[in-house]
Write a protein of this length. Structure first.
Length: 304
């Protein structure tokens, strides 16, 4: 793997590295701080930046203070030999990876550059790991919908946006009727297949990148529909109800057919004092859902 190294040095001295390192590094030089910052800004591929203590137009430390806003390249500071000890503590406080004496031999410098490039790789591996872990906490592993952890912040932001700009916002709370009976009769494996089938069907019938589907409870889902009046959300809920009712299928040799109930509530700009809080929206949607199920299930109830 080749590593892109930016060397910012007024003297434009390219280091004399051993030949075995020629395939590991792409070395690029810049004559002053302004040119170096421009190169950093033009590409995200830099692994390491080696900057001299004194540049023609700024100090190396001033350069690095700006460089961190442009690039994640690991910083190295090249200093005169007699200033190395004096710069160590200061460099550590600025998260400079290493202070490099000007007299450093080529093979030693090559190892330092390689260590810095490996450090760059480790940092990005850790960032990727944290990102994957964050995604795992936001996605329900069974259904592929968002998890409840994601909902609170997302719904709060959507409601705040609706309040600010006077837009409609609707929520649909869904519950699969009789899932407990499916689990008891056919086992939780079949019940999980019913849940997954409902989730995938729902994801296919909402607006991609606009609406969100969250697994709200064991057999409940919450849909958030920005810029959607309650009447429009009711039509979405009825379409989902009909599709799910028609979707009876064989699961592990058993014919399983379920229905779902829906409670719809929303924020209406013309009545901005009503349902202006997340808890209010969820409370009304929950009440509508309970009434739909109490009426026999397989129904949609909207609360204007």
């Amino acid at each position: 793997m080749r590593h892109s190294i930016l060397i910012v040095n007024t003297q434009l001295q390219r280091p004399d590295l051993p030949s075995e390192y020629s395939e590991k590094f792409d070395l690029v030089t810049a004559a002053d701080g302004k040119e170096g910052l421009a190169r950093l800004a033009l590409s995200s591929s830099w692994s390491v930046v080696l900057v001299a203590m004194d540049l023609a137009d700024m100090s190396g430390l001033a350069f690095l203070s700006q460089a961190v806003t442009l690039s994640q390249a690991v910083p190295l500071l090249l200093v005169p030999d007699d200033q190395v000890l004096g710069m160590l503590h200061f460099a550590n406080s600025r998260s400079i990876f290493r202070v490099v004496p000007e007299s450093t031999a080529g093979d030693t410098l090559a190892r330092i550059l390689l260590d810095a490039a490996h450090q760059y790789g480790l940092i990005h591996q850790e960032e990727d790991l944290w990102e994957r872990m964050s995604q795992l906490t936001l996605i329900d592993p069974l259904t592929g919908c968002f998890s409840r952890l994601h909902l609170e912040e997302h719904l709060q932001k959507e409601l705040a946006r609706s309040l600010r700009y006077g837009h409609h916002l609707s929520v649909i709370l869904c519950d699969i009727d009789g899932l407990k009976g499916v689990n008891e009769s056919f086992g939780h494996r079949v019940g999980d297949q019913v849940l997954t089938g409902f989730a995938q069907m729902t994801l296919q019938h909402v607006r991609r990148d606009i609406d969100t589907v969250t697994r709200w409870g064991e057999d409940e889902f919450l849909l958030v529909l920005p810029e959607t009046p309650i009447r429009g959300a009711g039509r979405v809920a009825n379409r989902l109800r009909e599709k799910f009712t028609e979707s009876g299928r064989f699961q592990e040799g058993h014919l399983v057919s379920c229905t779902a109930s829906f409670g719809v509530a929303g924020f209406v700009p013309e009545r901005s004092s009503r349902n202006a809080a997340v808890d209010d929206l969820l409370l009304i949607a929950g009440r509508c859902l309970m009434q739909a199920k109490a009426a026999g299930g397989n129904q949609v109830l909207c609360c204007p």
